[in-house]
Every structure is written in structure tokens, then in C-alpha cells.
Ligand binder design. Structure first.
Ligand code: HEC
Ligand code: HEC
Length: 435
């Protein structure tokens, strides 16, 4: 309940500057050329065709604000100052390198820049999940001048209970500058997903997604899948969650605003406060400019940029591997059944639903067993990384490992995969690599 007044001011501010009609007309709904054949380093950075001159202008403005490093305020470059006081990285692409997904861990357990540690603490009085009372919802590994960063960590690999070939990462903190974490705080490693086709996912009619959900598993196929409503700061209403590994955000603009606030310490129309908790004195006393670090137009430009990027076209058909994918029931969650209002189909390989992924993929804190079906488009591009990684915390080093971690609702698929002859497994992997 203590959240309410603050939330109201945010909403009022948002109403003044974020005009929904403007936002809607800036999404590219024309039947544009949404695919690129480029599978090189720049594959995820191309503009879709069919945008108006105004949209294009905002696209390039958005590109610059996601790519160019931000600096601490006050600075000579007022357009890009306001980083911090606490932050993880100074640009979006430090984590989403060339808009791609985050990679894996170093040989000494060094975490990649693209992963964050989320902090979940169950508030018994309010019966709700919150962040850590001192550190907030996410650990910041950087701070401005005179503001101590929050903490540093490396990871320690733990053996999987269900399969001796696998292990998973646990964060181990080596320095915590604001004292120990609360005894009940859970730490969840989260890897940056690739920024692919986000505008298309956002345009899928809500009714289609809801129609695929089967929370009670009434059709008895062992796969339920459910939707989750989340608060959208941009539209000032509850909306279907579509983004983040747990469907915690409703729209590209909501997710961009949250990233600016949590990952980079940029105040913006949807998160007007800095990312400090009440006991973090240096953070609260740090310099802050009178204007928002990321004003409305620039926030919108970022969302327009991310919404109108081309999607990589699969390389080759891989008919047999795809047939195996369907035979194993992978397509029950990684489905391609959604169509946009303009009739365009969305080969995202996700139902955008939350699934109980069982003991093996149980994480920490809120909705510990549930994950959104990860979209598989562009998956093959992960191979270009030095240390490719898959799944929410980058625990899988190969696509085979990613499949072997599937449990819960996907357990039958995993077991069927395990029983396949090697040649068939390889065909399936080759198909995934072609996406
Ligand atoms: C410190 C690393 C980091 C930085 C910097 C960062 N992100 Fe992210 N991003 C992540 C992680 C981790 C997630 C997954 C969050 C989750 O699932 O809750 C994510 C998720 C997203 C998503 C959701 C994608 C999807 O498929 O659901 C979008 C969109 C996004 N970030 C945009 C941005 C933008 C825009 C910026 C810059 C303003 C940015 N990010 C900066 C790490 C980062
Ligand atoms: C019950 C639904 C379900 C089924 C069935 C399923 N998956 Fe998944 N898949 C998920 C979810 C949810 C995730 C994200 C889990 C996580 O990150 O912890 C995921 C993640 C993945 C990933 C990692 C993607 C990434 O970006 O890291 C791959 C690869 C994958 N699945 C392939 C498959 C294949 C191949 C099959 C069939 C053998 C399959 N899945 C069956 C739900 C499912």
C-alpha cells in the first residue's frame, strides 16, 4: 500500500508526456520487410522497411541512445548524462551486444557483463515479493564517484540433481559494500536475452495468447501454460506480460524504461526516481539534475528502435530436424501459431506463456519454477559468441545442454530427446542452429 502515492505521481507524469496515440502510430504495422538474410555481426541491427520518415528519424535517434555510452552528471554532454548513482553498465549494448543475447561465464567463474543478479525478498507483512531492503531489486556492480557500488560476485558451479553431465551457476559475493544481504533474500542470476522481433511480439493480439493458455491442463497433454497480468506504467493499466524471462513487463517501452532505471540509473517519465533505497546515503545525496535523464521523446525513440529491427531469416530448411522438433512436442510451447492483425505470421517459436519447468529449472524467489517459453528465433546467432550460453542464467553451454535442462511440463520432450539416436539429435540441433 505504501507504493500507491508514488505510483500515482509516476502515472500523472506519464500521462502528460506519453501520448498513447502517438506511440501506437509509431509502431510499424504495415506489411514490412521484417526479415534480414544477414547472419553476420550486424544481423540484429537492421531497420525494417516501410517506416515513415518520422519513424525512421526516431529509429536512428533511438539507436544512438542505446549505443552511445552515458556519463555521470553533471557533464558537458547533457544529452547523455545522468548515469547512476548506482548502475550496472553505461550503455544498453554493453549487455545486449549488437542487440544479441548475453554470453556465458569465464573459466574462473567471472560473470559476463550481460548478466545481472536480481534480489527477491518476501515481505511477510505485506505478503508480497519485493527487493532486498538495503540493496533493492537488483545488485548494482557500479557506482558514480563517491557512491560505493553495491557488490561484486563470481559464480560457483553446482551439480545438477537429475543429470550428472550438467551443472548450474550460483552467485557468490566477494564484496558487499552496504553490509550483508537480508537473511531471506534470494539471489537470481539473469542473462540478457536477444532483442529480436520485440515490436512483432507486442503486436500479437492478446486474445490469441490467452487462447493458448491452459492453466488447468484441461486437454491433458501435460502442458499447461498461463498468462500473467502486470502493471504497465506506459499505458497506466494492467496488461498481459510479454517480456522478460518471466513475463514481468507488458511492452517494449515499459521494459526500456525499467532497464534505463535499474540497469543504468537513468530517471525517465515512467521511473522518475533514482535507483537508491532509503538507507543508501551516498546514493540519495549524489548530484541529480532537475530534468529527467532520459526524457519522454528519447525513451520513445529507444522503444521505436527496438520495435522495428529486422528478424534474422532462418538459414536453410532443415526439414528433418524440424520434423523431430515437432515429434518431440517442442512446438507445443515453442509454437509459431500467432498471426498479427495484418495477417503476418510470427515465427518466434514461443507461445509467450509461463510454464512450470520443474525441479531442474527451479530458480530463486518469485515464481521460482515458472519461465516464459524462450523465443527461439535468432538462436543460431548465439554461436558467434566466444562463450555461447543458453537459458535464463546461461547455465547451458550448448543447445544439447539447454534441452537436457528442460523439466516439469517439458520433461516428456527432454526424455524423448534423450532416447533419440545421435544422428537425429544432431539434425534437431542443426535445425535450432539455423534459426
Ligand atoms: C546490465 C545489463 C543490461 C543493461 C545495461 C540493459 N539490459 Fe536489457 N536486459 C538485461 C537482462 C538481464 C534482461 C532480462 C530481464 C528479465 O528477464 O527480468 C534484459 C531484458 C531486456 C528486454 C526484454 C527482452 C525480452 O525478450 O523480453 C528489453 C526490451 C531490454 N532489456 C532493453 C534494454 C534497453 C533499452 C536498455 C538500455 C536502456 C537495456 N536493456 C540495458 C540486461 C541489461
Ligand atoms: C513446456 C514448454 C516447453 C517445451 C515442451 C519445450 N520447451 Fe524449450 N523452453 C521452454 C522454456 C520455458 C524455456 C526457458 C527456460 C529457462 O530459461 O529457464 C525454454 C528454453 C529453451 C531453449 C533455450 C533458449 C535460449 O534462448 O536460451 C532451447 C534451445 C529450447 N528451449 C529448445 C527446446 C526443444 C528443442 C524442445 C523439444 C525437445 C523444447 N525446448 C521443449 C519451454 C518449453
Amino acid at each position: 500500500m505504501t507504493q500507491a502515492p508514488q505510483q500515482r505521481t509516476v502515472i500523472n507524469l506519464a500521462r502528460g508526456v506519453l501520448i498513447n496515440a502517438l506511440w501506437v502510430c509509431l509502431v510499424n504495422t504495415a506489411s514490412a520487410q521484417i526479415f534480414t538474410h544477414d547472419r553476420g555481426p550486424k544481423a540484429l541491427t537492421h531497420l525494417q522497411s516501410g517506416l515513415s520518415a518520422e519513424q525512421e528519424e526516431l529509429f536512428f535517434l533511438g539507436r544512438s541512445f542505446t549505443n552511445v555510452p552515458w556519463v555521470e552528471a553533471p557533464a558537458a554532454t547533457t544529452a547523455r548524462d545522468g548515469l547512476g548513482p548506482l548502475f550496472n553498465a553505461n550503455t544498453c549494448v554493453a549487455c545486449h551486444t549488437q542487440n544479441g543475447a548475453g554470453g556465458g561465464y569465464g573459466p574462473q567463474g567471472e560473470p559476463p557483463r550481460s548478466s545481472v543478479v536480481q534480489l527477491h525478498n518476501f515481505d511477510k507483512l505485506q505478503q508480497a515479493w519485493k527487493g532486498d531492503p538495503i540493496y533493492g531489486p537488483q545488485m548494482s556492480i557500479n557506482g558514480n564517484r563517491d557512491v560505493p557500488f553495491e557488490g561484486l560476485y563470481h559464480i560457483v558451479w553446482q551439480p545438477a540433481a537429475h543429470d550428472s553431465r550438467l551443472s548450474y551457476p550460483k552467485p557468490k559475493f566477494s564484496q558487499l559494500n552496504y553490509g550483508p544481504l537480508h537473511a531471506d533474500t534470494h539471489t537470481q542470476l539473469i542473462r540478457a536475452p536477444a532483442l529480436i522481433g520485440l515490436g512483432l511480439l507486442e503486436q500479437i493480439p492478446e486474445a490469441q495468447i490467452r487462447a493458448q493458455a491452459d492453466p488447468q491442463d484441461l486437454n491433458g497433454d501435460g502442458i499447461s501454460g498461463r498468462t500473467q497480468s502486470v502493471w504497465s506504467y506506459a499505458s497506466k493499466s494492467l496488461q498481459l506480460g510479454r517480456f522478460g524471462w518471466k513475463n514481468t513487463t507488458a511492452s517494449v517501452i515499459d521494459q526500456s524504461a525499467k532497464a534505463a532505471h535499474l540497469d543504468m540509473g537513468l530517471s525517465n517519465p515512467l521511473f522518475t526516481e533514482e535507483n537508491c533505497t532509503p538507507t543508501q546515503i551516498e546514493c540519495n545525496q549524489a548530484f541529480r539534475s532537475k530534468t529527467l535523464d532520459l526524457p519522454a521523446l528519447r525513451l520513445q525513440a529507444i522503444a521505436i528502435y527496438l520495435s522495428n529491427l529486422q528478424v534474422p531469416k532462418p538459414a536453410g530448411k532443415h526439414t528433418q530436424g524440424k520434423a523431430t522438433f515437432n515429434q518431440l512436442g517442442c512446438h507445443n510451447c515453442h509454437s509459431n501459431s500467432y498471426t498479427l492483425a495484418n495477417g503476418q505470421t510470427i515465427p518466434a517459436y514461443t507461445d509467450l506463456l509461463l510454464h512450470d519447468m520443474g525441479e531442474a529449472l527451479t530458480g530463486e524467489g518469485v515464481l521460482a519454477r515458472e519461465w516464459r517459453t524462450a523465443p527461439l528465433w535468432g538462436l543460431g546467432l548465439n554461436q558467434r559468441q566466444q562463450q555461447p550460453a543458453y537459458l535464463h542464467d546461461g547455465r547451458a553451454k550448448t543447445l544439447t545442454e539447454a534441452i537436457l535442462w528442460h523439466d516439469g511440463e517439458a520433461r516428456n520432450s527432454r526424455e524423448a530427446f534423450n532416447f533419440l539416436p545421435l544422428a537425429k539429435q544432431q539434425q534437431l540441433i542443426a535445425f535450432l542452429e539455423s534459426l
